[in-house]
Design a protein. Structure first.
Length: 203
């Protein structure tokens, strides 16, 4: 006598349960993944930038120079910035800048004339001010920490563009090469220190 045995019943049930479990897992897992993706913060405060940047307009330029010759060169650099913000003509720039001036800023060609024309264009349109916060000179090398304000606009609240300029002098005592790093001053910061003032006491 033959006995009927439903050999594939448990297999069918197992496959059915597995299918249901897969469907449930698929339905519940996708939203969880979507919810776990972090959204970028939309406000500076949400990014941790809780301090409003301020730009000092009354300050004393810090000169770092070991010798009288270095100090004189630092004072000349301050003078160059004053010329750039008031009367940056080619003749005036030639007093300080070599004819063989090598420019590493990517938007200005070599030589004193392109530098003069770049600033003449701004001075003719806007109330340009260049705040020279620090100048360091060691021999033929010099660096300046400055803020270019109203270089491209008339906004009285313009925070400016922070810059570190690096200069190399030639044997004739003129600037022969220039590099710079520029950063627009943002409205907010992650600290209350500002971008320009020296806060360390005793130095």
């Amino acid at each position: 006598m033959s006995v009927f045995r439903p050999a594939n019943r448990s297999q069918k049930m197992t496959r059915t349960r597995l299918g249901l479990l897969a469907a449930v897992a698929s339905a519940t897992a996708l939203p969880a993944v979507a919810q776990s993706v972090p959204q970028p913060p939309t406000r500076s405060q949400e990014q941790g930038l809780n301090y409003r940047n301020t730009v000092p307009k009354e300050f004393e330029t810090i000169i770092i120079a070991a010798t009288d010759e270095d100090r004189a060169r630092a004072e000349q650099i301050i003078e160059i910035y004053k010329v750039l913000e008031t009367a940056p003509t080619p003749d005036n720039m030639r007093k300080y800048i070599s004819e063989a001036y090598i420019q590493h800023n990517t938007i200005i060609p070599d030589g004193p004339v392109p530098l003069a024309m770049t600033f003449l264009s701004s001075v003719a349109q806007y109330p340009v001010e260049i705040d020279v916060h620090k100048v360091m000179v060691i021999g033929d090398w010099a660096m300046a920490h400055v803020n270019f304000r109203n270089l491209t606009n008339n906004d009285p609240n313009d925070l400016g563009t922070a810059a570190v300029d690096m200069y190399l002098y030639n044997a004739e005592g003129k600037v022969a090469e220039h590099w710079d790093v520029l950063q627009g001053v943002p409205t907010h910061s992650g600290n209350s220190n500002g971008m320009f003032l020296k806060l360390l006491e005793g130095k």
